[in-house]
Write a protein that binds this ligand. Structure first.
Ligand code: ZN
Ligand code: ZN
Length: 362
């Protein structure tokens, strides 16, 4: 992403600032900071005003920021970041400055509040997050690459799934493979949940060995040039006595997942997409065992807007990237989840994930 694109993103932010009556925004969230500036270091604060854009950082990062954040004026922090930012805000005559309420600790808030006795320091909700909802062509290209790595990792891991192998060994192998394929890291702590553990929607890989006849749910994703992927597949480890029920539950989840994909389109709300999938699971009598939302946005963050959820108010538009991941979790028995990533396009959605979805019996 070039300095020119960062300037365009700043312009979009300024339109929103003006609409909400702000003179500027203090940007402290890591993903928002990277999205607007391109700065990849761990410590910097942005001040975006209607005319200008400043990046405040300390001695460690001044050089790096000058190289990466060409749309910003770089300023070195003096005594404290709050004092330095306040000096600039005063000089610029800012009267009403927004901050990101989810991205500031209470202590940081107090530090700024003490300095900002000359202006109105007000929470500005999700201004940058809202711009990030719709991915541009560059972002989509990186997301597709992150998905490709996850798809390849799933194909690779199938030969490692056998009785006696521990869940965490599977997780290590997935990570090792993805990093060799160009991922900079894991998008989250991988879920490898076998047997009764597969009934826990977020059963992070444990030391439990896989056993014959068990369901194994694998939920993982790569980070590629800062963008995430997220995929879940559930397989069964050989034909055990429980296979008929495993197949039955699997087919319901798959039908729900396909209904969700069919319903995912611009021009409606995530509630409708969620309902399309949930109706299938409800009709099969398993509604009480699908207790999470159908999907979430993915981009610089593994969980971002919009959501396919019973109560989401984001109006869906083309370019949004969202997961479709229904599941059925039966305590003591096991669970099934199938998760793809989709991008909303003019008439519906394009499925980004390519890993097979028919039940694999290993
Ligand atoms: Zn996932
Ligand atoms: Zn997910």
């Amino acid at each position: 992403v070039s300095g020119m694109e960062h300037r365009q993103r700043l312009q979009k932010l300024r339109e929103r600032l003006a609409a909400d009556g702000f003179d500027g925004l203090l940007v402290t969230g890591a993903e928002n900071r990277f999205y607007l500036s391109g700065f990849t270091g761990s410590a910097a604060t942005l001040l975006v005003t209607m005319e200008e854009a400043f990046l405040f950082t300390d001695f460690r990062y001044v050089e790096q920021a000058a190289q990466e954040a060409s749309a910003f004026t770089i300023e070195r922090i003096g005594q404290s970041v709050a004092e330095t930012v306040a000096g600039k805000a005063k000089a610029l005559g800012i009267k009403r400055l927004g901050f990101e309420p989810h991205q500031l600790t209470y202590k940081q808030y107090l530090d700024y509040q003490t300095q900002f006795d000359f202006l109105d320091f007000t929470p500005a909700k999700d201004l940058v997050e809202d711009i990030r909802l719709v991915k541009d062509a560059d972002e989509l290209g990186l997301i597709k690459q992150a998905v490709r790595i996850a798809d390849a990792a799933f194909a690779h891991i199938l030969k490692y799934l056998k009785p006696g192998v521990r869940e965490d060994e599977i997780a290590f192998e997935l990570e090792y493979f993805m990093r060799r394929e160009g991922a900079s890291g894991c998008a989250f702590d991988f879920i490898v949940a076998s047997g009764w553990r597969s009934a826990m929607p977020h059963g992070v890989a444990s030391a439990k060995p896989l056993a014959a006849g068990e369901l194994v749910t694998i939920d993982m994703g790569a980070v590629y040039k800062h963008y995430c992927s997220d995929i879940t597949r559930t397989v069964v480890l050989g034909e055990g006595p429980d296979l008929p029920k495993q197949q039955q539950v699997y087919e319901i989840v798959l039908a729900a997942q396909l209904a969700g994909i069919k319903a995912a389109r611009p021009g409606c709300y995530g509630t409708e997409v969620d309902k399309a999938a949930r109706d299938v699971i409800n009709a099969a009598g398993y509604g009480d065992y699908f207790g999470h939302s159908l999907g979430h946005g993915v981009g610089l963050a593994i969980h971002e807007g919009p959501c396919f959820a019973p109560r989401d108010t984001t109006y869906l538009t083309p370019g949004m990237v969202v997961t479709v991941e229904p599941g059925i979790y039966l305590p003591g028995w096991g669970g099934v989840r199938i998760e793809d990533m989709v991008v909303l396009v003019e008439n519906g959605c394009e499925v980004l994930t390519n890993a097979p979805k028919e039940l694999i019996i290993i």
